[in-house]
Design a protein around this ligand. Structure first.
Ligand code: URP
Ligand code: ZN
Ligand code: ZN
Length: 463
């Protein structure tokens, strides 16, 4: 099967020009002006952007958490991703405490295989790492799982102590792999939570009020210090606030190999969402929590200046009915997480329209940086000869209102939208995954066919 994408404005993290893109099979074969080639299918991209498919390196599909399971599985989650212009995601497999990480990986392979519509990789969430288990980390790397997530938050669930952090960081560094860090001082936060609950402070807003930004900043500072000593590349996930970003800047200034992602929710939403009446604030109970609005300016600036490297969603959807409601009487019982895998690309495009960054940076933070960071570049994350034909034909003029009631913007299996009523301009029109048209003019054309991506080591290329 061959496809010619004709006359679009090809934008990568580095380039911006009008050209035709000829796809042969799964790969981009030729890029040039007025290509004279025979193709099985021609897509007219006049007036449209032709950009690399989005890469979302932080999703939680089919994840048991907070006494329930996230509402999107690999089928619905990857279809929603495709509609939103994301053609590759990196999900988090989980090691059950005391069990093999390799077993955790098998469980996640079984969840995804045969269900996914876009390509996917896995990070491994490490919940314990005694010395005798360290050799497993090399086996994970050999299997294409070249990054690990560890938690300073959620004591008694996913939390690990500093000794475990250091041991895992050291081994990850030796193996040329990368650490992803949920940086928040969960031990102190738990004390604050206990006091709030004792005082009868049980509404959703207390989820945020018990998680000071300083405790996120402390976690970031500690993670950077441990990574510096352990000599491992560090990626701070879901950074939410100015306090934490300051620590990233300090670490980078002294030469530590640390970078950070933020998420659309921290760029567009704020603490006031928790004050909505009738328990509605529970929809935005996520960790880290939404912050005071002024933090948003600092995060946008961080993206423009490069202090923040990329934007992921932390897509972790729970339905309001039946799932978020588990915490109606007590915010600590609300499953943490919110949906967003479908909304990321269009939301980030608003950053271009608002003058926060240019089109190249938009592509970089939505695709290329994730591919580079997580060992998928240049197979993924760019439009170039030889790269996978993961391509979005993006209509920069299309206006839509994001809503759970607007089928074009909501394919996630969750009964609310975190961005309900947001009016946006710029939306994916046609989406290709390895040369297959999966979304055509906003309609699904292909289902399934997503493949596991065996990722390269930190700093290495994947072809
Ligand atoms: O609230 C969140 N973020 N839920 C998902 C788990 C995590 O910490 O990433
Ligand atoms: Zn986290
Ligand atoms: Zn997460």
């Amino acid at each position: 099967m061959s496809i010619l994408i004709q006359g679009g404005r090809v934008v990568t993290a580095a380039d911006d020009y009008v050209a035709d893109v000829f796809i042969d099979g799964e790969k981009v074969h030729t890029i040039g002006k007025d290509l004279r080639v025979q193709a099985d299918e021609v897509i007219d991209a006049t007036g449209k952007l032709v950009i690399p498919g989005g890469i979302d390196p932080h999703t939680h599909l089919d994840m048991p958490f907070g006494g329930t399971t996230s509402a999107d599985d690999f089928e619905s989650g990857t279809i929603a991703a495709a509609f939103g212009g994301t053609t590759c995601l990196v999900d988090f497999a989980i090691q059950s405490k005391g069990e093999s990480t390799l077993k955790g990986l098998d469980v996640w392979h079984a969840k995804a295989e045969g269900k996914a519509t876009v390509d996917y990789g896995f990070h491994m969430i490490v919940t314990d790492m005694p010395d005798e288990r360290l050799p497993e980390m090399q086996k994970l790397a050999d299997a294409g799982v070249t990054s690990y997530k560890l938690f300073m938050a959620y004591p008694g669930v996913l939390y690990v102590d500093d000794g475990t952090l250091y041991r895992t960081f050291r081994q990850a560094g030796e193996n040329k792999t990368r650490i992803c860090m949920h940086a928040e001082n969960g031990i102190v936060i738990d004390e604050i939570i206990k006091a709030a609950v004792k005082d009868g402070k049980l509404e959703p807003k207390y989820h945020s009020l018990t998680r000071p930004t300083r405790m996120e900043a402390e976690g970031v500072h500690r993670a950077i210090a441990i990574a510096e000593v352990a000599d491992v590349p560090l990626h701070i996930v879901h950074l939410s606030c100015a306090d934490a970003l300051e620590q990233v800047k300090l670490g980078r200034m002294r030469g530590v190999d640390v970078q950070a992602e933020t998420c659309p929710q921290y760029l567009f939403l704020d603490y006031s969402y928790y004050e909505k009446p009738n328990f509605e604030g529970a929809k935005w109970v996520m960790t880290p929590a939404l912050r005071e609005k002024w933090n948003q300016d600092v995060l946008w600036q961080g993206l423009r200046m490069g202090h923040l490297s990329l934007v992921a969603t932390d897509h972790c959807p729970f339905c309001f009915k039946g799932q978020k409601e588990l915490g109606r009487e007590n915010f600590t019982k609300i499953p943490n997480g919110a949906p967003g895998v479908e909304n990321r690309l269009t939301l980030l495009y608003q950053g271009v329209l608002r003058g926060h960054y240019d089109l190249n940076r938009f592509v970089e933070i939505s695709s290329t940086a994730a591919a580079r960071t997580f060992g998928m570049f240049p197979k993924k994350g760019t439009v170039a000869v030889g790269s996978d034909a993961d391509i979005v034909v993006f209509d920069p003029g299309k206006r839509v209102t994001i809503s759970v009631n607007e089928p074009a913007t909501h394919h996630m299996k969750v009964d609310y939208s975190a961005y309900e009523g947001f009016e946006v301009q710029g939306y994916p029109e046609t989406v290709l995954s390895r040369g297959r048209v999966i979304v055509e003019k906003g309609k699904q054309r292909t289902r399934g066919g997503g493949r596991f991506v065996k990722r390269a080591l930190a700093g290495e290329l994947l072809r």
